[in-house]
Structure formats: structure tokens, C-alpha cells
Design a protein around this ligand. Sequence first.
Ligand code: PGA
Length: 253
Amino acid sequence: MRKKIAAANWKMNCTFQQGEKLIDEILEANIELKDHQHAIFAVPYPYLLMARSEVEEERNYDVAAQNCYHKKSGAYTGEVSAEMIHSLGVRYCVIGHSERREYFQETNEILMEKVNLCLENYIIPIFCCGEPLNIREAGTQNEYVGKQLKDSLFHLSADKIKDIIIAYEPIWAIGTGKTATSAQAQEMHHFLRSVITEKYGEPVANEISILYGGSVKANNASELFACPDVDGGLVGGASLVSTDFIEIIKALP
Ligand code: PGA
């Protein structure tokens, strides 16, 4: 069975103490994850070690960085490399969130470099894609999102791409309270899987978890996660409230 994943994207929220308390409260719910179920906390860089030690003893709970720089090392003051993240024992990294694409001018080409550096450093990228509202209104979202995948991921071998996690996050649904309907999510996820199938074949496409992101809440997670091609969620706002994120983890099929 494909991995089903509830990933918390804290973004630039929480102090260290608030973050530690949030993870504690979620772990105290003692949700026993099955083999195919995973919960991941994508936390700010300074909290990676704390989060990693919090989940150390927990089965299938993991930690992700929210970004890494697209160069290996060197004179890039203030940046953090994939190798540094790996050296902390962190195994996942969110790549290409729409906020990074928009506010930090991250292009498909830059994101390809980041994906490569993650994989070279044994880090699984959680690769984000998704269209803005004007593209959805024009009805060209499939071409737009398909291109994001092709430009940043399709240089990879089948062996490498099968480990990547994809997160489809329609920009118009992020932080807006406006969730894609489960039909819209399923349609796009199915399309993305078919694009991967075309290039890499069905067995590879069937292995890749595709998460939905954009106003996932405790009260809509079950319906979204029940779609055959939706393998969990990348959750912003609702991941900052322990009781909400607990319900979202519990909603994993
Ligand atoms: P949201 O954010 O759940 O607050 O809409 C999702 C994300 O940006 O990953």
C-alpha cells in the first residue's frame, strides 16, 4: 500500500517553547500509526533537532525541513544546505512551496537543483506544486501543474522519483479557508499520476504518495483522504492546533 501521510507545515509560526508543547500534545494522543501511515512535522530550521528528538522513539513520526538552499555549500550567508539538514538526521524537506516560489522567486529550475541536492543527501523531498487562481479560472491548471512536475522532477531516474512525495496545493486554497472540493483534488491527483505513468510507467506512479494541501481541516480531512489518489495532506493552519492535527492524523486511511 502507498504511504499515507499527514504532514504539518508550521511555516514561520511558533516559538521554540510553543513548538515543543505542540508536538508533546500531539504525541500524547498516542495515535498508533500503521505501517503505511506517517506523520511528519515540517518545522523551522532552529527547531529541527528538538523535533527530531521529540519523535525519536515514535514509530512513523518524522521531521522535515521547510526548505534548503539550491547550492551545495559556500559563501551564502544565512542559507542552509541539504547536507546540513542531513547531518541533523532529518530525512524530509519541503521543496517549492508556493510561498517560496512567490516571495523568494524560486523557479522550476532552481527547484530541480534543490531536489537533486536533497536526493544526494538522502533527504526525501516533499515537492509542492499547484496553480494560482487565474490559471484555475482559465481552465489550464493541468498544463500548468504538469509543467511544474516535468521541469523539476522528470530528469530523475525511475528509481529516484519513486521515493519523492508530491504535494498538490492549489494556491487559491492555501490559508484562505477555501478548500478544493474532494472531486477537484481527486481530478488533479489522478491527472498527476497519469503524467507520471506516461513517463515512468504504472508501477512507479502507483508508489508515489500525492498529498493535498490547502485549507485541510479536522472536518474535511476524512473526505479528502478518502479519494483514491489523495494520499494524505500537507497542512498549514490546522497543524498549529494540537486537537485539529490529531484529528487529521486520525483521518488517514
Ligand atoms: P493551509 O496551508 O492549510 O493553512 O491552507 C497549507 C500549506 O500552505 O501547506
